[in-house]
Each structure stands twice: as structure tokens, then as C-alpha cells.
Design a protein around this ligand. Structure first.
Ligand code: COA
Length: 248
């Protein structure tokens, strides 16, 4: 149990909110588990749409880099991370996201599993995996080139170039760009719209559109193997230590 993720049901819509703003919603193992729990228990609770949100100032700064340092010593992505990623990939309930502020690393790649993303005009999307000595995760190496095209995916995932909200919309990662104070309401409106549709038709349509979930699942594991090797590299350990000991 952690209060760093809140799960709130409003009728058929469940909001899963990352709630560690003092650390920019960097995800800890307990937070991954809490988010996976919120997704896994949704259909039994008659939830028809999930809404993933963050704080007004930040969506998610990615994995906790202190945890990455520990994982580097211990050998790989923690089980809660893999559980969350597979749960996200296998989730059959439609997913909406409301993004304000920075979405870094898994903060951006989790959006590639969402069906509808509302972003603030101030939102910024970045995946600095390679500059941290790592590789993309969450099946983003498979989904991003399909969604954005190879060159835009390369710019984001390998070159580490961030996208503004408008660029993310043009690239196909975001549906709607809204003023910061309108993002949450806009995302809830979309979630309620989806939740009001005939659920079996939504389920069947979504399955048809998403293609092979097995392929996505398999890619998560392939990436995780490479990620594990990269975590132990001197490149990655130097980058994590530099972040954790930086002077500001
Ligand atoms: N892991 C652990 N701690 C993190 C973190 C992360 N991913 N992101 C932010 N934090 C912590 C900072 O260390 C700082 O802690 P402190 O107040 O105890 O010193 C606090 O959150 C605030 O972060 P700060 O960097 O001061 O905020 P900012 O507004 O200047 O910058 C970000 C926000 C998101 C741009 C910046 O924090 C950042 O780049 N974070 C790392 C993102 C990242 O590389 N993630 C991994 C992707 S694979």
C-alpha cells in the first residue's frame, strides 16, 4: 500500500493518480504496484474507462533514479516495473491520460498504451533513455515507430529530443491540447464519453485496433533484458550518479 498513488472511482470512470509531486512523481516500486493494482481490479469493479493523471505541475519524471542505481547493483528492472508494464499492455479497459508539466521516460512511454491523451499547453514529453546509458522500455521501441514513424521515434527515443504538446499532437501521441486549468476536465469528459459507449463494442473495437498484444508483451521482455545489461554498464551508472549528486 502507498498513498503516493490514489485510486478514485466516479461511476464507471476510475482515476489513477500519481501523487509524489515533491519528487516530480518519479515512480517507486510501490507506486508501480499500486498503479498495476488499480488497472487489474478495474473490470471486476465495472469500470469502463481508466484515467491516468499526475499533479498540476508534473505528470511523471520517470522511474526513480535512486531505484535505478539500486537496480544496477541488484541486477535488473524490479518485478513491480515489469508487472506494471505487462498490466498496461494487457489492459482491456480503455485508457485516457491527463498530462500536465513534464512527462519523462516511462511518463511518456506509458502514454503509448493509452487510447486518448489530453495534454496541457505547458506539457513536455521526453525520453532521455540513451543519454542515461539505457534503452527504451514499455514496448516503446515497437509502438513509437508505428505511432510516430521511424524518424520522429528516433528523435524522441534515441536522440532524446523532447516534444512540446503541439508537437506531440502533430506526431500522434496526443489527441487534445488544452489550457493547464482545463486539462483534467477535458480528460474526464473524454473518459465519461468512452464509458458511456456500449462496453462490448468498445472492447471488441479496441482489440481489433491494437493488434497482437502478445507481440507487445514479448517486446517488453526483450527490452527488459537489454535494459538489465545497460543498467549495469558504466555509462548508466555514471549518468545516475551524476543526477543524484548534481549541484543546483
Ligand atoms: N528520480 C529520483 N528523483 C527525482 C527524479 C527521478 N526520476 N526526478 C526528479 N527527482 C527529484 C529531484 O532529485 C529533486 O529532489 P530533491 O528536492 O530532494 O533534491 C526533486 O525531485 C525535484 O526535482 P528537480 O530536478 O529539482 O525539479 P525541476 O522542476 O528542476 O526538474 C525534471 C524536473 C523532471 C525536468 C527533472 O527533475 C529531471 O530531469 N528528472 C529526471 C528525469 C529522468 O531522467 N528520469 C528517468 C527517465 S528514464
Amino acid at each position: 500500500m502507498t498513498d503516493l498513488v490514489t485510486v478514485t472511482d466516479e461511476g464507471p470512470v476510475r482515476t489513477i493518480r500519481m501523487n509524489r509531486p515533491e519528487k516530480k512523481n518519479a515512480l517507486t516500486m510501490a507506486m508501480y504496484d499500486a498503479m498495476a493494482d488499480g488497472i487489474e481490479t478495474a473490470s471486476a469493479a465495472n469500470i469502463r474507462c481508466l484515467l491516468i493523471g499526475g499533479a498540476p505541475t508534473v505528470f511523471c519524471a520517470g522511474n526513480d533514479i535512486g531505484d535505478f542505481l539500486q537496480a544496477a547493483m541488484g541486477g535488473g528492472l524490479g518485478a513491480p516495473i515489469l508487472r506494471f508494464l505487462h498490466t498496461l499492455a494487457r489492459c482491456e479497459t480503455p485508457l485516457v491520460a491527463a498530462v500536465q508539466g513534464n512527462a519523462v521516460g516511462v511518463g511518456t512511454t506509458m502514454l503509448m498504451h493509452c487510447d486518448h491523451v489530453v495534454a496541457s499547453t505547458e506539457a513536455k514529453f521526453s525520453t532521455p533513455f540513451v543519454s542515461l546509458g539505457l534503452v527504451p522500455e514499455a514496448a516503446s521501441s515497437l509502438i513509437a515507430p508505428r505511432l510516430l514513424g521511424h524518424t520522429k521515434a528516433f528523435s524522441l527515443l534515441v536522440m532524446g529530443k523532447p516534444l512540446t504538446a503541439d508537437e506531440a499532437k502533430d506526431a500522434g501521441l496526443v489527441n487534445t491540447v488544452a489550457a493547464p486549468d482545463a486539462v483534467e476536465a477535458e480528460a474526464m469528459k473524454a473518459a465519461q464519453h468512452i464509458a458511456a459507449l456500449p462496453p462490448q463494442a468498445v472492447l471488441a473495437s479496441r482489440r481489433l485496433m491494437r493488434g497482437s498484444v502478445d507481440e507487445i508483451d514479448a517486446r517488453i521482455d526483450i527490452e527488459a533484458d537489454e535494459f538489465k545489461r545497460r543498467l549495469q554498464s558504466t555509462e548508466a551508472q555514471a549518468a545516475f550518479t551524476a543526477f543524484m549528486t548534481r549541484k543546483r
